[in-house]
Design a protein around this ligand. Structure first.
Ligand SMILES: C[S@@+](CC[C@H](N)C(=O)[O-])C[C@H]1O[C@@H](n2cnc3c(N)ncnc32)[C@H](O)[C@@H]1O
Length: 336
């Protein structure tokens, strides 16, 4: 092939073009959500009104609407643009906040994937050693936003669907979360169940700072405490009824001692909950291969629900059960 002759590479370049278009569409949606542009299109709006509301140039507003229409986000009728039914669903219950978190997290993942090819960047870095902004973006993308209504229905739907979890939280449990990060789960659970008292533990001081501030903003600070410490070393004189282990972010080396500590912190008969947010398929499909790549860069093993269940039983927990849910799987087990 001569330089400049792209015929032989035609099929590959067609795929690159499709990838480029996907990435650019995601960027348009991110911008439209981030700036409030799309929220203004919940009801039909003319380009001049939209330009005035967003303080954008009139012709740029028109071009943005045309592009958003082409990718199926907006539709036009009688000179007014509004969200298509498909995308209008994003604006219900604050799901747009979750969509934004996912897209911001993806931007960080894209950069991390690119730098994995640079020799100086190679080798595992613990998640909590990433810079503050990256930690926050990645943690948000796998969390729920406790201020958004969707979080309540998502968390309530999950817990209420699993009897031992529902019974424990409904009757005022002492709850420990090992690897609480931004604490979307902990804060939302405490908002739903008024008798719940919780402790969140994480090695990331910056995520714990945010979790603490959120607890105050939600009026939950009297029932929740947060500690920056290794989950393997956390102690408390009182036993817990439920321990949730955010195992997806826990490196291989420390997992046994974290599980041993979870066992010691639980009362006999207490419940261990281990969500598998990044479900693995074997052989890997694209999603699972990319997630595995990211996890291994933090020295975290990528595991299926069945493998997490076996790991938990090897640590002495009994009756491990696996509950597949639409976006993730949850493993449960008991301390005998
Ligand atoms: C992303 S969070 C989990 C999200 C959380 N369940 C929520 O609802 O927002 C997982 C956390 O595990 C923490 N982690 C990993 N290993 C840890 C360890 N040994 N001790 C304490 N925290 C750890 C990471 O710092 C990360 O913040």
């Amino acid at each position: 092939m001569r330089p400049g002759d792209t015929r032989a590479a035609g099929p590959a370049l067609t795929e690159i073009e499709a990838l480029r278009l996907d990435a650019e569409q995601a960027a348009l949606i991110l911008g439209g959500l981030d700036t409030g542009f799309l929220v203004r299109c919940v009801v039909p709006i003319t380009v001049p009104d939209l330009a005035e509301a967003t303080a954008l140039d009139f012709s740029q507003t028109g071009h943005l609407c045309t592009a958003l229409q082409a990718i199926g986000v907006l539709e036009e009728e009688n000179g007014r643009y509004r969200l298509t039914r498909h995308y209008a669903a994003l604006l219900t219950e604050g799901s747009d906040l979750h969509a934004l978190n996912v897209l911001h997290g993806s931007a960080v993942r894209q950069r991390l994937f690119t730098t994995m090819f640079w020799p100086a960047e190679a080798g595992p870095t613990a998640f909590w050693h990433l810079d503050r902004a990256d930690q926050q973006a990645l943690a948000s993308s796998v969390s729920v936003d406790p201020f958004a209504p969707y979080a309540r229905s998502a968390v309530e739907g999950l817990i209420e669907g699993i009897p031992p979890w529902r019974e424990a939280f409904g009757s005022g449990a002492r709850y420990l979360e090992l690897g609480c990060g931004l604490s979307g789960m902990l804060l939302t659970s405490a908002s739903i169940y008024p008798g719940l008292h919780g402790v969140g533990v994480d090695l990331s001081a910056s995520l714990i700072d945010i979790a603490r501030a959120r607890a105050v903003a939600l009026g939950l600070e009297r029932r929740l405490t947060f500690t920056v410490v290794d989950a393997a070393a956390f102690t408390d004189p009182e036993p817990f009824d439920v321990v949730l282990w955010s195992q997806d972010f826990f490196p291989a080396a420390g997992r046994k001692s974290v599980l041993a500590n979870a066992y010691s912190r639980l009362r006999p008969g207490g419940l261990l909950v281990a969500p598998v947010l990044v479900p693995m398929s074997r052989p890997h499909d694209i999603k699972s291969a990319l997630d595995t790549l990211l996890l291994q860069s933090w020295d975290v093993p990528s595991m299926t629900g069945a493998e997490v269940a076996a790991e938990v039983e090897a640590a002495g927990f009994t009756d491990a059960t696996i509950h597949p849910r639409p976006f993730h799987t949850v493993v449960f087990a008991h301390r005998p």
